[in-house]
Design a binder for this molecule. Sequence first.
Ligand code: ACM
Length: 266
Amino acid sequence: MKIGYFQFSPERGELSRNIKTVRRRLAGTSCDIIVLPELFNTGYLFSSIDEAAALSEEIPKGATTQALSEMAASSDVAIVGGIAERDGDHLYNSSVLVRSDGEIFIYRKLHLFGFEKDVFSPGNREPEVFDVCGVKIGMMICFDWYFPETARILMLKGAQILCHPANLVLPYCQVAMPTRCLENRVFAITANRIGSESVGDRELTFTGRSMIIDPLGRVLAEAPVGESCFECVDIDPQVACDKRLTSRNNLLSDRRAELYGELTVG
Ligand code: ACM
């Protein structure tokens, strides 16, 4: 199976330009799964809830999801990308998985970072896993990495590959994700963005270094800090189904879930 990311610098508020950038890059690709950054269509900073609402869209009928569906069908690829979702009165920082057969799945970011709390509602659904080419895929978004429960629950539900759209501004995730993969024996694709954005007195610079990591925590691909980059690697997703650590240790059966009660107390 070939999995990849497209790291680039989305232009704030320029939905059709950002979609065009992705369409151009993905045309003719021969990857099975490609992950795009968080909020790849809108950019990251919003001047107000009204601006975010105007740039958000319903899934699946919104223009971005429809465009991703066309790209997925024409290039026979599954695409995961972050978009601003509108559902009734709520806005969510969401990720869509769009399969080449037209099926669409949603994940809503559980752990909102900083100013996102002023604009988005936190995700209101349990993380789920979805099938792509017979392989189980889980989605998480950017700051979710800081909460190891996110990757853990996805692994427990059978995820072999974590698809992780990101707009990283802290410098730690690229250090942490190999451990997330090792402790869960899963692959991960972190698709980060590059560039800077400013709105009013807020300015953010994104850290690039998108990564593909294997179940032993090895980095299979890593993008530069500040350049657009499309990368695809070959993996055997079955490796993520083997949870044996030593001849006497197994990641699943060695857990002591009966003693972890406080992990699920809010
Ligand atoms: C982030 O969660 N976008 C930092």
